[in-house]
Design a protein around this ligand. Structure first.
Ligand code: SF4
Length: 382
């Protein structure tokens, strides 16, 4: 069953600095409804205001021409509109790249309070995938992940999630000549720890009446495997895809890689997956990053096959991308071939994702806005 969004009053929203008007993009839909009600407006005006902000991307209340002059003035006297902005963009060098390789681009996005997050555009022949963040930093401290090393800053508001998509869509058109076709919540943060805002953002991004709209099935939410929240997604009616970072089907190894796994043993995770399968009719993707000497053995392949066959699961093998200060190494290619073959022999559906963006620290596990990664590479400041 879908849980209700917290029914905050919009008056709770703090102003950044004394004298500065509160950013109306901090309000969720319910808060916009409460605001319009307080202003004596009919309920449909809240939907119109939301459309002005997130479909038309209005930068001023004066642009909202479907509102009376009085309403525009009332809004402008109490609120401001301050979307997130691009702080820098970095595109992979094409020199020395394999022919046909499309360069990945990484974006530093500045939030209204000055916090910085990262988002990535991953182009391929058929797709333009935006990898977006749901939190600034992350509290879960997975041992292989740069974001985990920087610690947790704060949750993102739904508008800060959608802003990344709007900014990246414009950049995709500018850099590659085509817009976003897919979205993955695989940037900074654990989306299931900020699920209310993620669900609200998805509602905006999939609204067919809005200028930017993408089908829910083109969105993938990725989690380390938070069992109660997987249950919530299963019951929510969301049509998005679900990816679970498994990385090991051995409980002790999994806990070593992802300390939070101690709270969600493999049996409980497997049960959550089968319930998700039953409620949604959809498989989950088990993401597995091959790490030399840790999870690339025949025994790990056997355990993975056994775990995957307990539910409806696909397997996505990804390359580990070296992160400065972290001691892991990617699995050898012959070990990888053996590992894949064992999974195929077990009758599993396996895809292998080639790493993209590693040269600009934009690949899986490499996103960090502070000093964890080597920041010496030049970036184009905006
Ligand atoms: S892998 Fe995901 S959940 Fe784990 S620390 Fe990194 S961002 Fe957080």
């Amino acid at each position: 069953m879908q849980q209700d969004m917290p029914d905050q009053n919009f008056h709770d929203t703090p102003k950044l600095h004394e004298g500065e008007l509160t950013n109306i993009r901090e309000l969720n839909r319910r808060q916009l409804e409460a605001l319009m009600k307080e202003l004596g407006q009919p309920a449909y005006r809240a939907r119109q205001l939301h459309q002005w902000l997130y479909s038309h991307q209005a930068r001023s209340f004066g642009d909202m021409t479907s509102f009376s002059m009085k309403l525009r003035q009332q809004l402008a006297s109490a609120w401001s509109i301050r979307p997130s902005s691009l702080a820098s963009v970095e595109t992979e060098p094409t020199q020395g790249a394999t022919p046909g390789h499309l360069p990945t681009s990484k974006f530093l996005v500045r939030l209204d309070d000055g916090e910085l997050i990262e988002s990535v555009l991953i182009p391929s022949e058929e797709r333009m995938t935006a990898c977006i963040s749901s939190q600034a930093g992350c509290a879960l401290r997975c041992t292989f992940c740069a974001t985990g090393q920087m610690g947790f800053k704060r949750d993102l508001a739904a508008s800060e999630i959608t802003d990344q998509v709007f900014l990246l869509d414009q950049e995709a058109l500018r850099i590659y000549g085509r817009g976003i076709t897919n979205i993955v919540f695989m940037g900074m943060g654990e989306p299931l720890l900020n699920l209310d805002q993620v669900i609200e953002a998805i509602a905006t991004l999939t609204d067919q009446e809005y200028r930017f709209s993408i089908p829910e099935r083109k969105i993938t939410i990725s989690t380390v495997g938070l069992v109660p929240e997987i249950g919530r997604i299963a019951s929510s009616g969301l049509k998005t895809k679900l990816a679970i970072s498994l990385h090991s089907a051995d409980q002790a190894t999994r806990e070593r890689l992802m300390p939070v796994a101690a709270d969600y043993p493999l049996d409980a995770l497997s049960k959550a997956i089968t319930e998700y399968n039953a409620k949604t009719g959809q498989p989950v993707t088990l993401v597995w990053m091959l790490l030399e000497g840790i999870n690339d053995s025949p025994e790990e392949a056997r355990k993975l096959a056994r775990f995957a066959k307990r539910g409806l699961c696909k397997i996505n093998l990804i390359d580990y991308n070296a992160i400065i200060n972290l001691k892991f190494r990617p699995g050898y290619s012959d070990t990888k071939t053996m590992f894949i073959q064992r999974l195929l022999d077990a009758g599993l559906h396996v895809t292998v994702r080639k790493s993209q963006g590693a040269t600009i620290n934009a690949a899986c596990g490499q996103l960090a806005t502070r000093s964890v990664n080597d920041a010496s590479k030049p970036q184009q400041s905006l």
